[in-house]
Design a protein around this ligand. Structure first.
Ligand code: AMP
Ligand code: GLY
Length: 426
C-alpha cells in the first residue's frame, strides 16, 4: 500500500519511521516531509489545497493518508479525502472540534459528566470579568480556538486574568479569540494520555509527560515542548483505566450523540490530582514530542492500528508496548521560542544516531549544498531507550554531546520529576 503522510516535524519523522516497519507498506510519501526522513519521497504539496492533495493521491495510487498536525484536520482534509473515496487517519472537521474549540469540549464534558474544571463561556469582556471577580484567582483564561498553544493564560491573580480577557478580545489571537473560556485552576501533576479511536471504540495507546517551559527547572515561557518521556509514571494502570472509563469512553459516546463520531488518535491533556484524573484539554492528533517517545515503544504494526481506526475495525486487543522508558530531548535553535535563529549548520548527527538505543529525528531542518541547516524553532529530537528513566536520560544526553551545533541549545533536566520519583522508590 502507498501511503501519504502529512506534516514535516519530529512527530511526522517518528511516524514515518514506525510506518516504514510495516510489511504492508509499499512506498511512503510525505508532504512536505523533512530531510531526515529516509526512504521517503518528500513532495512539495500545498496541503491546504485539498483538491491538489486528492489529485496527488489518485496519481500516486495512495491507499491511506496519515495526517500529523491539527490544522489540516480542523480544515476538513479528512472529510474531503473521504468524499473522494480516499481512506485517511484522523478525525473529520466536526470531530476535530474537540481540539478546535475549547468551548465545544467543555460543553461536551458538562453534558456527558466528564471530569474537568468548572467553567463559563463568554463572547464579551464585561461578563467574563464579572465571572472572574466572582471566582477569584488563581484562574485560567483561554481563547476558544486554535492559537498555536499560546491562547491559554494561567493567571495567579485577578488583575492578570482581567488583562488576559482584554488581550484575547483585543484580537491577539485573531478569530480564535472571538470567544473566551474561563475555568477554575486545577492542582496536580500533568500527564498526556493517548487513545486510538474508530468512531465506536477506543483503545488505550500510551502515556507520556512533556516539559513545556523553555528553561531548566520548568522556568521561562511556554513552548511546544522541550522534551518528553513515556510512560508517564503517574499514569499507573489504575489511573489509565479511570481515564478510559471516565474521560475517553464518555467522549466517544458524546461525539456519536453529537453526530460527529471520533476517529483517529485522541490526545487527552490531564491533571492528576486529589480528585483523580481531570481533563485539561483534548487534541485531535498525536503530540509533538510525545510521539517521538511513544512510537519507539510500540511493538505492534502501527500501520495496522491506524488502518483499523479508519476502518472502524479496532479490536479490544491491548497495544503491545515495550516496558522500557523512552526519553526525548528537543534541540532548539538559539532564540526559541520568540525569535529562533535560522540557517546555522549542524554536524555529526550520524555519530549521535549510531549509539545503541538512540534515534535522532528532524523537526526543523533544511538540506542545502550538502549541509544540514537549522530551519525552525524546535530543530532536532534526540530520543533514547533505557530500562529506567535515568538510563534513558543519560543515553540521550550522551548522544546530544556528540552533535556539533553551536547555534542550538537544549534543556539539561528532561525527565527530572520521573528521575526523582525513581530515586525515592529505591
Ligand atoms: P492547554 O493549551 O489547554 O493544554 O493549556 C496549556 C497549559 O496551561 C496546560 O498544559 C496546563 O499547564 C495549563 N492549564 C490549562 N488549563 C489549566 C487549568 N484549568 N488548571 C491548571 N493549569 C491549566
Ligand atoms: N506537546 C504538546 C502537543 O503536541 O500539543
Amino acid at each position: 500500500m502507498n501511503i501519504l503522510l502529512i506534516g514535516s516535524g519530529g512527530r511526522e519523522h517518528a511516524l514515518a519511521n514506525a510506518l516504514a516497519k510495516s510489511p504492508r507498506l509499499t512506498k511512503l510519501f510525505a508532504a512536505p516531509g523533512n530531510p531526515g526522513m529516509k526512504d521517503v519521497e518528500c513532495v512539495a504539496l500545498d496541503v491546504s489545497d485539498h483538491a491538489a492533495v486528492v489529485n496527488f493521491c489518485r496519481l500516486m495510487s495512495i491507499g491511506f493518508v496519515v495526517v500529523g498536525p491539527e490544522a489540516p484536520l480542523v480544515a476538513g482534509l479528512v472529510d474531503d479525502l473521504d468524499k473522494a473515496g480516499i481512506k485517511a487517519f484522523g478525525p473529520s472537521k466536526a470531530a476535530a472540534q474537540l481540539e478546535g474549540s475549547k468551548g465545544f469540549t467543555k460543553d461536551l464534558c458538562r453534558d456527558f459528566d466528564i471530569p474537568t474544571a468548572a467553567y463559563e463561556r463568554f463572547t464579551a469582556a464585561e461578563p467574563a470579568k464579572a465571572y472572574i471577580g466572582k471566582r477569584g484567582a488563581p484562574i485560567v483564561v483561554k481563547a476558544d480556538g486554535l492559537a498555536a498553544g499560546k491562547g491559554v493564560i494561567v493567571a495567579m491573580n485577578v488583575e492578570e486574568a482581567l488583562a488576559a480577557v482584554d488581550t484575547i478580545f483585543g484580537g491577539a489571537f485573531g478569530a480564535a479569540g472571538a470567544e473566551v473560556v474561563v475555568e477554575d485552576f486545577l492542582e496536580g501533576e500533568e500527564a498526556s494520555f493517548f487513545a486510538l479511536c474508530d468512531g465506536e471504540r477506543a483503545l488505550a495507546f500510551a502515556s507520556a509527560q512533556d516539559h513545556k517551559r523553555v528553561g531548566d527547572g520548568d522556568t521561562g515561557p511556554n513552548t511546544g515542548g522541550m522534551g518528553a518521556y513515556s510512560p508517564a509514571p503517574v499514569m499507573t494502570p489504575e489511573v489509565s483505566e479511570r481515564v478510559m472509563r471516565e474521560i475517553i469512553e464518555p467522549t466517544m459516546r458524546g461525539m456519536k450523540a453529537r453526530g460527529a463520531p471520533y476517529k483517529g488518535v485522541l490526545f487527552a491533556g490531564l491533571m492528576i490530582g486529589p480528585k483523580g484524573p481531570q481533563l485539561i484539554e483534548f487534541n485531535a492528533r498525536f503530540g509533538d514530542p510525545e510521539t517521538q517517545v511513544m512510537l519507539p515503544r510500540v511493538q505492534d504494526d502501527l500501520l495496522e492500528l491506524l488502518l483499523a481506526c479508519a476502518d472502524g475495525a479496532l479490536t479490544g486487543k491491548p497495544v503491545n508496548l515495550s516496558p522500557q522508558t523512552a526519553l526525548t530531548v528537543v534541540y532548539a535553535a538559539k532564540g526559541y521560542p520568540d525569535n529562533p535563529e535560522r540557517g546555522t549548520e549542524i554536524r555529526n548527527l550520524d555519530k549521535a544516531a549510531s549509539l545503541p538505543g538512540v534515534m535522532v529525528t528532524h523537526a526543523g531542518t533544511k538540506a542545502e549544498g550538502g549541509k544540514l541547516l537549522a530551519n525552525g524553532g524546535r530543530v532536532l529530537n534526540v530520543t533514547a531507550m533505557g530500562d529506567s528513566v535515568r538510563a534513558a536520560q543519560s543515553r540521550a544526553y550522551e548522544a546530544l554531546a556528540q552533535i556539533d551545533w553551536p547555534g542550538g541549545f537544549y534543556r539539561r533536566d528532561i525527565g527530572w520529576r520521573a528521575v526523582e520519583r525513581e530515586k525515592a522508590s529505591h
